[in-house]
Design a protein around this ligand. Sequence first.
Ligand code: ZN
Length: 135
Amino acid sequence: MASRRIEDLHPDLQPLCTAFLRQCHAAGMDPLITCTYRDGAEQDALYAQGRTRPGPRVTNARAGQSAHNFTLGGKPAARAFDVVPLINGKATWDAAHPHWQQMGRIGEQLGLNWYGRPTARFREFPHFELAKGGA
Ligand SMILES: [Zn+2]
């Protein structure tokens, strides 16, 4: 099972994630964290999707290559979290919904690397990652 726990994020990312959620709530949004840490087996299963298994391709990262797989001293310390906006309690995956852009702006203002930005190499709207160089 992928973790949704903020405690499974890198120590540098935990306060940024908390601030992100707080600011989204203050802006009238209701974001749901769908993934923080993901282990290698789960990453490989996700990689297989759209390749050797049905479904859309959702990642270019194999086990150990994703920021979600990062560990510190053998403990989960994901360098990224995935989030989806809830509208009336339901996850809204349509990237055209304005909440995605609003969430992206909040994340970027916190210094996070948002993969939904137009210049991202592989666009992945739910994905917010700790900028390189941060520990
Ligand atoms: Zn992600």
